[in-house]
Design a protein around this ligand. Sequence first.
Ligand SMILES: Nc1ncnc2c1ncn2[C@@H]1O[C@H](COP(=O)(O)OP(=O)(O)OP(=O)(O)O)[C@@H](O)[C@H]1O
Ligand SMILES: [Mg+2]
Length: 627
Amino acid sequence: MSMEGAAWGSLMQISRAKAGDGKISRETLKRIVRFAAPYRTRLLGFVLLSVVGAFLAVATPVLAGQVVNSIVAGTTPDVVIRLALLIAAVAVADAAVSLATRWFSSRIGESVILDLRTAVFDHVQKMPIAFFTRTRTGALVSRLNNDVIGAQQAFSGTLSGVVSNVVALVLTLIVMLGTSWQVTVLAMLLLPVFLLPARRMGGRLAALRREAANHNASMGTQMTERFSAPGATLVKLFGRPDAESHEFALRASRVRDIGVKMAMMQAVFVTALTLVSALALALVYGLGGYLALGGSLNTGDVVTLALLLTRLYAPLTSLANARVEIMSAVVSFERVFEILDLRPLIREKESPAPVPAGPLSVEFDNVRFAYPTADKVSLASLEEVAVLDTRGGEEVLHGVSFRVEPGQTVALVGTSGAGKSTIAQLLARLYDVDSGAVRFSGTDVRDISFAGIRQALGMVTQDGHLFHETIRANLLLANPEAGDEEVWDALRRARLEDMVRSLPDGLETMVGERGYRLSGGERQRMTIARLLLAQPRIVILDEATAALDSTSEAAVQAALGEALQGRTAVVIAHRLSTIRNADRILVIEGGRIAEQGTHSQLLERGGRYAELYNTQFAAEPAAEAAE
Ligand SMILES: Nc1ncnc2c1ncn2[C@@H]1O[C@H](COP(=O)(O)OP(=O)(O)OP(=O)(O)O)[C@@H](O)[C@H]1O
Ligand SMILES: [Mg+2]
């Protein structure tokens, strides 16, 4: 390695460091060791190869010195040739060993990344909906990317750096001291002059790097939020594009400024390190040459010392900063562990009960419920707030009881914020009740496996989300085994067949981000088709409030009719047609059931329902026709 190459190498190591608080908990260390444990054979192989590599690296300067000594001593040519061949052999072996070392360290590092990533992904999947309603997606994704990579560097960067540097340094020093202690000591004198400012600069560089990462992250968040279909629509309708551009440019130019500053600091560092070792080299030549002339040192030894010196400074600088670097890797691990330690609020029972066979009834038994507070489900760092919001936890449902007989449809109506969607989410066990119980045919949902609930219950939510995939992939989510026949059947019953057949790519059409390439009504029918494909025994519909034109309305209505047929259904209804078709209507008011009965019973009573009916539906043409 050239002197400058070595300088860049050690710069990479020191600037990767982030500052830690200087304390590593034993607990964290134990967990890190546990993560590395499966790779101990490879780790051992790596350490052994590093030692071999260090020996090979020291061998060349020593052999070169011997060549010079042989020349000076005037030996036969075959000795010199043998030495040269040996140097060549060492070079080849060194190349092989360094490739193998790299293979081990990257293999270990990447495997640890894989383990950590999959562990975090699996764990986050288990988190309750409450977690996702609070977390900022960008923060979570960065945890999965940056911190996991930071943790990986602990293995492939820090660990390999420290091990190989220590071995190389010890060997080099031993050989140098053995060759000439006076020259070695003198050469080392310059080191502190360089090392002290270098350490401070390492800290500055790390701070800059962190700042740049923050600016990069906020640029990323702005882009992902604004460049999604709904976000871009919002900006076009209400946003201030100039202000957005300005804000973006501001962040981007900060990143540029930091980039320039970092490049300059790095250049200064590399130049300084190269300069200091070049000065040390001058000392070696000066003192070594003087001693050689006096006869107390061989000519070849001067060459050996000079060559070894170039290998001394870079590892020393790296090691001086190793502590900071290790700290930063540990901090990354801690941030990943923090997520793994979040206990999912909603857990499956050890030995869950099967879902009762046949048509299912649904029962709410005196259910009380408050949305969980932030400290139960979230991390401040993921919400991108300094402290967690401890408000909330106010009861939303105050003792709700009702029963839906198998095959019946119950409609929930009520003003906005009354608690209708909350009831739907409790039915699907997206949250757990605080007291009382939700039961399917007498079995508490908390006793049923997650897979059992998924298989028994299907839900169409208010916003009808689709993934950015093909129509087929979106539909098969509910039933991966379904064949084309069934998919087309579901589309037909959802009144979507003609539309999909008219598309050039048919089932392979990409629906666009969140399904934005479909109309509102089509998107809704797509989610209904997904439900039909899943064939759940319990159906929950959270009707979209958005008014549809009369053709879409009729199509959605027909699709809904298909979806509800013969199933136990809870429908949050905003359309009069859905309400009329229900077997029973529950009027939800402030988290309680205010009234219940059929449409005509409730109208006759002249209570809350009659009031709602008169204000919300009296204007609808369907209502007029019915009167
Ligand atoms: N994730 C949440 N965390 C905390 N409070 C919530 C959450 N979701 C809803 N709430 C609150 O719970 C109450 C009931 O909300 P819910 O969504 O059940 O109303 P809704 O009847 O479905 O209204 P809409 O007809 O507008 O959809 C509201 O006061 C709402 O602010
Ligand atoms: Mg709602």
